[in-house]
Design a protein around this ligand. Structure first.
Ligand SMILES: Cc1cc2nc3c(=O)[nH]c(=O)nc-3n(C[C@H](O)[C@H](O)[C@H](O)COP(=O)(O)OP(=O)(O)OC[C@H]3O[C@@H](n4cnc5c(N)ncnc54)[C@H](O)[C@@H]3O)c2cc1C
Length: 362
């Protein structure tokens, strides 16, 4: 770490303290890269929203999400990682003569520079984009069943979505709801068979009712009294909002005490807008992939990506952790090359020289 003009320079900055960022921090700390982890507005990431993680290897009886990330944070600190509060607002590349290529990271008004940067900023729950959503978010509408389910005991609870998260939330909410109504715009679920089986058990037990080929189009209620009812549309072939004028599209009102939205995630990459880095059309970060070193490299030298911010398919704790490990190892290769190049250029001062190609195996 060094400081000039009030700007602190770091060898490596990691955006995010979810499973990907903390795993990267453990590996980077052990490689003497003195990582600074900036936690963002969800310290510990998405796993802090779940009480039970049963599929993370090594915990025979499962572990709570907050405990798992808290253990990882302590483990990262044991190897010298600094984990600090701070939401990154912008990342730019500086390429000044005598300083070379490095990142300029703006965090809650403060500025850091860094030789390498790992993007592990995950993904945030997607919104429904329907009337009533903004007003009722947190007042009957939620994106986190484990956080808010207990507020709606003996209520009719609507869960929107058709993937793992929606099925898991529907099953979880049977603990509290009089009935859970799982609303999915298609006939088939996208979830793992395990979760579909659990949902079907709930249906057989009378705890869950399926509303397939159906979408919620409006939420009604108030901040004082929460959700009263919702408007839904149904079409026998699915995607009813795409067929508003079809005579088979049926609109109806449905009484409900709460709505849980579980329709997927948006990657947290808006703070990277100042970088010329490739993303897909949903904003997920593009990385090199493939075999060999450098799988987590992006098109910007020294910038690596890991976890749900890259991966729109697996989105699991273990896969995010695996990518965090790879990103730290790729960053270490990059930083070693950078040090060698600076030494060869005759200036071993931190922050000088030019970088090597990302992911080089030298
Ligand atoms: C309710 C729920 C239950 C789940 N249960 C399981 C399970 O049982 N098993 C399983 O394997 N997976 C589960 N998952 C999925 C798992 O949580 C994710 O795949 C995993 O957390 C992804 O880790 P990540 O580090 O990539 O991102 P995240 O966990 O999303 O962490 C992202 C981090 O980046 C930070 N960040 C974002 N923007 C910025 C910024 N501008 N500046 C600085 N930091 C920023 C956030 O604050 C956060 O710390 C569950 C997810 C949810 C929502």
């Amino acid at each position: 770490m060094s400081e000039s003009d009030g700007v602190e320079h770091r060898r490596l900055i990691i955006a995010g303290s979810g499973i990907a960022g903390l795993t990267a921090a453990i590996y980077a700390g052990r490689s003497n890269n003195d990582p600074l982890v900036l936690e963002g507005d969800e310290p510990g990431g998405q796993l802090t929203l779940t009480t039970e993680v049963d599929n993370y290897p090594g915990f025979t009886e499962g572990i709570s999400g907050p405990d798992l990330v808290s253990n990882m944070r302590e483990q990262a600190r044991r190897f010298g990682a600094e984990v600090e509060n701070g939401v990154i607002e912008a990342v730019d590349v500086e390429n000044d003569p005598g300083v070379g290529h490095r990142f300029r990271v703006t965090v809650s008004g403060d500025v850091y520079t860094a030789d390498a940067f790992i993007v592990a900023s995950g993904a945030s729950a997607r919104t429904l984009g329907i009337p009533g959503e903004d007003e009722l978010m947190g007042y009957g509408l939620s994106t986190c069943a484990t956080c808010d389910g207990a507020f709606f005991r003996d209520e009719k609870i609507v869960v929107v979505g058709g993937g793992d998260a929606a099925c898991e939330e529907a099953v979880f909410l049977t603990k509290f709801a009089s009935t859970v109504y799982l609303v999915h715009r298609r006939e088939e679920f996208r979830a793992e068979d395990y979760w579909i089986d659990r949902v079907m058990e709930g249906v057989e037990d009378g705890d869950i009712e399926l509303k397939l080929n159906t979408e919620v189009t409006e939420l009604h209620g108030s901040r004082e009294n929460g959700i009263d009812n919702v408007t839904m549309v149904h079409h026998p072939e699915g995607h009813p909002t795409d067929k508003p004028d079809d005579p088979d599209t049926d609109e109806f009102e449905f009484d409900a005490g709460a709505v849980f939205s579980a329709i997927g995630h948006t990657p947290n990459t808006s703070y990277l807008e100042g970088l010329d880095v490739e993303m897909d059309n949903e904003g997920y970060l593009d990385t090199a992939g493939g075999d060999g070193g450098g799988q987590t490299a992006t098109g910007v030298p020294g910038l690596f990506g890991a976890g749900d911010v890259v991966d729109h398919h697996y989105q699991q704790a273990i896969t995010a952790g695996g990518m965090g490990c790879k990103a730290a190892m790729d960053a270490d290769d990059y930083l070693e090359d950078l040090s060698r190049e600076r030494a060869a250029a005759g200036g071993e001062t931190e922050g000088e020289g030019e970088p090597a190609a990302a992911g080089s195996d030298d």
